[in-house]
Design a protein around this ligand. Structure first.
Ligand SMILES: NC(=O)c1ccc[n+]([C@@H]2O[C@H](COP(=O)([O-])OP(=O)(O)OC[C@H]3O[C@@H](n4cnc5c(N)ncnc54)[C@H](O)[C@@H]3O)[C@@H](O)[C@H]2O)c1
Ligand SMILES: O=C(O)C(=O)C[C@@H](O)[C@H](O)[C@H](O)COP(=O)(O)O
Length: 520
């Protein structure tokens, strides 16, 4: 079976070859060493290439060897310590899982004394190694998805850690100023201790449905870090100012300071509320999200929008407050009711219509698989939907422009939620909202995706119609949509599949006609 490529980088003496070989064996994969390829091509040892032809020539051979190995190899590939100096090589590694092996100076010196013959370490090895470690650390970190400190560690132990972490993919979200990782995989919740910062207290916000996991989160905290579990009312009942105020009271009673941490463990309602509580407490403390619903994982917990519902409407009170990290643990979906899984798929399908039609192909090919949390296609759908969101959020953190496309279907959806007093699942409302938007696309002379939209949503058991006779109330609710500017309504529509536009010229007649076509 093909496992794909895993690349190992690190300074001289970090154990790239030893750990790389052991990892390949553990994964049942082939091992390849880019330095060995260079030696084979040049027909002489690396030390001789340096002496005879110079470092520049060696680097050129290295770039080519790495390029070829990355293109060809299926398994574990170890690179020479200086390979990351080349910008081309770093670019090449952007889409490949890369493991960075760290080592401290003293141990690197010891290991290099045993393994003599490295051309750059012949003279003054300690000072040279110190310089190499310092200079190259940012470059290793730039390419790495996983970092492991090898100092004083046993090879078998290291290999097991890397193999476990490789099951996890990291997507970086946020803009260049404040990037944060979204870890996607199985068992990612165990990684929480990496994101505690200086917290001495952690407030774990959850609902009854996620109480066991919240306890598990509490038990992951190291000694000296205290957990306070706060159980919220379920679903939208927990997304209120009153509930937020109770949380703030509890934080005050516990003496939460600016270095402490809020963790949201639950569906989108919990992570929206937890983010909002964190955004306002002391004008902003860190929050880590552990989304437990599919919708939370692909959307609510990612992107930094937080908020509550009020009588005025859905999510009208809130703040942009990006999390410190998001731990998407695919195992958490095992207990999620099928109807909630389907609701989450509505936002996944939205990502398909606005940006990644492969999502639609995957769902259409086998809707039952998409509804089975254990099926590998769910992991792929989660990754693809998060990738769509990450790309949009990176270029427009606070919805100054492009980010509005994530709101496809939401104008009508939020109106339904308000009319239904937040008793509808958000994903169900988004499904109907996308059918409404599809009618508007067709009515405004854009693209006709009505049948495809209805078919894919119906195949997941999602609603595609709304009751008749509610137009005046729906319009009233849509008039206070956040995307509107003054009295001008703005809608996200599609010029074509995966070609979203934000428009402000949809007429009152077109809006009403789309509703008439939608009613069941
Ligand atoms: N901030 C954003 O960018 C953003 C994006 C999309 C949606 N949202 C918000 O997210 C909310 C919807 O999220 P949701 O669909 O997750 O709803 P939800 O949080 O209400 O969860 C749905 C139901 O599933 C239960 N549940 C959650 N995880 C479970 C698990 N692992 N096992 C068993 N039951 C579980 C919950 O208790 C709840 O009853 C809405 O309020 C919506 O506005 C926010
Ligand atoms: O992240 C965004 O931006 C979105 O619009 C994602 C939506 O899917 C999500 O439902 C969000 O909560 C809606 O945001 P809002 O600003 O319209 O409340």
């Amino acid at each position: 079976m093909s496992m794909g490529l895993v690349v190992i980088v690190g300074p001289p003496g970090s154990g790239k070859t030893t750990v790389g070989r052991a990892l390949a064996e553990a994964l049942g994969a082939a091992f390849r060493d880019a330095d060995a390829d260079i030696v084979a091509t040049a027909g002489k040892p690396i030390a001789d290439i340096f002496v005879d032809d110079g470092e520049e020539h060696f680097r050129a051979l290295e770039r080519e060897a790495v390029r070829r190995a990355v293109a060809e190899h299926d398994g574990v590939l170890a690179l020479g310590g200086g390979a990351v100096l080349a910008a081309d090589t770093r670019k090449l590694l952007a889409d490949v899982p890369v493991v960075h092996l760290r080592v401290d100076l003293a141990e690197a010196v010891r290991r290099n004394e045993i393994d003599k013959g490295r051309p750059l370490l012949q003279v003054n090895p300690r000072a040279t190694l110190r310089r190499l470690l310092e200079e190259r650390l940012p470059l290793y970190r730039e390419v790495a998805d996983i970092e492991v400190d090898t100092t004083g560690r046993d090879v078998a132990d290291l290999t097991a850690e890397i193999a476990a972490k490789l099951g996890v993919r990291t997507v970086v979200v946020g803009d260049a100023e404040a990037p944060y990782p979204v870890l996607i995989g199985r068992g990612t919740v165990e990684r929480l201790p990496e994101f505690l910062g200086k917290a001495a207290r952690v407030a774990v916000l959850h609902t009854e449905s996620t109480a066991l996991l919240a306890e598990r989160v509490g038990s992951l905290l190291p000694e000296g870090v205290e957990a306070t579990l706060m159980e919220l009312p379920d679903a939208e009942d927990g997304k209120t100012v009153a509930v937020a105020e109770q949380c703030w009271d509890a934080l005050g009673a516990e003496g939460f300071t600016r270095t402490d941490l809020v963790v949201g463990v639950g569906g989108g309602a919990v992570t929206d509320l937890a983010g909002f509580v964190a955004a306002c407490w002391l004008r902003g403390v860190a929050v880590v999200h552990v989304p437990t619903s599919l919708l939370g994982a692909v959307d609510a917990a990612v992107g930094g929008k937080t908020g509550v519902n009020t009588a005025a409407g859905k999510n009208l009170v809130g703040a942009f407050h990006p999390p410190r990290a998001v731990l998407v643990d695919l195992d958490n979906f095992a207990t999620l009711p099928r109807r909630d899984l389907a609701a989450g798929l509505a936002e996944v399908v939205k990502a398909g219509f606005i940006a990644d039609p492969v999502i639609l192909d995957l769902v259409e090919r086998d809707p039952e698989a998409a509804l089975d949390a254990a099926d590998p296609v769910v992991a792929e759908l989660v990754e693809r939907a998060i990738a769509v969101k990450a790309e949009v959020v990176a270029s427009d953190l606070k919805e100054g422009g492009l980010r509005a496309i994530l709101n496809y279907g939401h104008t009508f959806a939020h109106a339904i939620e308000k009319l239904e007093k937040y008793r509808w699942r958000h994903g169900d409302a988004v499904a109907v909202g996308m059918v409404y938007a599809a009618h508007l696309n067709a009515l405004t002379g854009r693209v006709d995706l009505v049948d495809r939209t209805k078919a894919v949503l119906e195949s997941l058991g999602l609603p595609v119609a709304y009751e008749a006779g509610r137009w005046d109330d729906l319009l009233q609710a849509m008039l206070i949509d956040k995307k509107n500017t003054g009295a001008t309504q703005r809608f996200v529509l599609l010029d074509a599949l995966a070609a979203p536009v934000v428009v402000d010229d949809v007429t009152a007649e077109q809006q009403r006609e789309a509703y008439e076509r939608l009613v069941g």
